[in-house]
Design a protein around this ligand. Structure first.
Ligand code: SF4
Ligand code: SF4
Length: 350
């Protein structure tokens, strides 16, 4: 099969598998390497040591996976619908969970589809491939941007003119010289600074530069220990991730509902109260969160995050009772955050 026909076939198959867009790019990431070095040198990756672990290989796909000639980037939209985010964020007794995590774990969904796509390519032509989904070694925004899937917004995420930014990216590294797509635009943020103003913790320190150590997504998902005290009150009711820099982005007016049933809201997580989630024991957490990306943070971090949000909620009888019931929790991490939350309520006369 000739290589042009194979690329056309690949795009057709990707669409049939539910991917909204697909691009093919080369392995030279040019100046992205210098930006990566600066970000790491400034320690903005916080405790995400795995970000530094692969060194410059992250900006050099052919070194990360020897033999790679092209990177195929694939986009899958996830907006799940459900309760309007603004309404949840305005009701501090409710739990806000990032919209991408309300359904099934996207890692599993995307990985399975990428594997199927790889099998279909291999059925036509022998190829060495490796699949990545939200994987630290890969500079996925850079690769997708170079292939024309959109531009990096000032909040650091990829934006598509017709679809906004509510999507996942996955990559296939491949050793075939497929025809490359070209960069379609250098960016359409213009003079907009909406995401800077919207970020609750001022984590966007300059255009295209997010300090992970201040970012609520990092703090509630990746960060292993205690959440720094000065940031706790700013987290509000966000117990898993944060969407504020995307919710305010004008390009997300063009985002549409995901066609994937797997990303639909599960267990009413789009409207749950903090007080109803906090009593979950480990077994309940494992049972309800099985198959969800939230499962990955584990029960202890889940409770840590909810304790912070309960400290930020109005001191109702339910909120105070939920906190007091975990005053002597077996986990020190949880106890520390519960103590902080109760102290906040005491200061406010709760
Ligand atoms: S995810 Fe939230 S905390 Fe992180 S940069 Fe965006 S708005 Fe700021
Ligand atoms: S909110 Fe404005 S500046 Fe931020 S990513 Fe969107 S368009 Fe760009």
């Amino acid at each position: 099969m000739d290589i042009e026909a194979l690329a056309a076939e690949l795009r057709r198959e990707a669409k049939a598998l539910g991917f909204a867009a697909c691009s093919i790019t080369g392995v030279d990431l040019g100046e992205a390497e210098a930006r990566l070095q600066q970000w790491l040198a400034a320690n903005r990756h916080g405790e995400m040591d795995y970000m530094a672990r692969h060194g410059l290989k992250r900006a050099r796909p052919a070194e990360l996976v020897p033999g790679t000639l092209r990177v195929i980037s694939l986009r899958m939209d996830y907006w799940p619908g459900g309760e309007p985010p603004a309404s949840i964020l305005e009701q501090p007794a409710l739990a806000y969970i990032s919209r991408y995590a309300l359904g099934r774990d996207y890692h599993k969904v995307l990985r399975a589809r990428l594997q199927t796509l790889v099998e279909r390519i291999r059925a036509r032509v022998p190829a060495a491939t490796r699949v990545f989904v939200d994987s630290a070694p890969v500079l996925e925004v850079e690769l997708a941007q170079r292939g024309g899937l959109g531009w990096r917004g000032k909040h650091g995420l990829l934006i598509d003119r017709g679809a906004g930014s509510y999507f996942f990216l996955g990559e296939i590294f491949i050793d075939l010289p497929l025809p490359m797509d070209t960069l379609s635009s250098t960016g359409h943020c213009g003079s907009c600074t909406a995401c800077f103003a919207a970020c609750p913790t001022d984590a966007i320190i300059a255009p295209y530069q997010v300090d992970a150590r201040r970012c609520i997504s990092y703090l509630t998902i990746e960060h292993p220990g205690a959440i720094p005290e000065p940031l706790r009150a700013l987290i509000g009711n966000r117990i898993y991730g944060c969407d504020d820099c995307q919710l305010c982005c004008p390009w997300n007016r063009f985002a549409s509902l995901s066609i994937e049933a797997d990303f639909a809201v599960r267990h009413g997580l789009d409207r749950a109260t903090l007080a109803e989630l906090f009593p979950w024991n480990e077994e309940t957490f494992r049972e309800r969160m099985a198959g969800s990306a939230i499962y990955r943070i584990g029960h202890e971090r889940w409770l840590r995050n909810i304790a912070v949000a309960l400290g930020n909620a109005p001191g109702s009888t339910e909120v105070l009772a939920a906190l007091r019931a975990r005053k002597h929790d077996a986990s020190e991490l949880v106890r520390v955050h519960v103590a902080w939350a109760l102290h906040r309520h005491a200061e406010r006369g709760g």
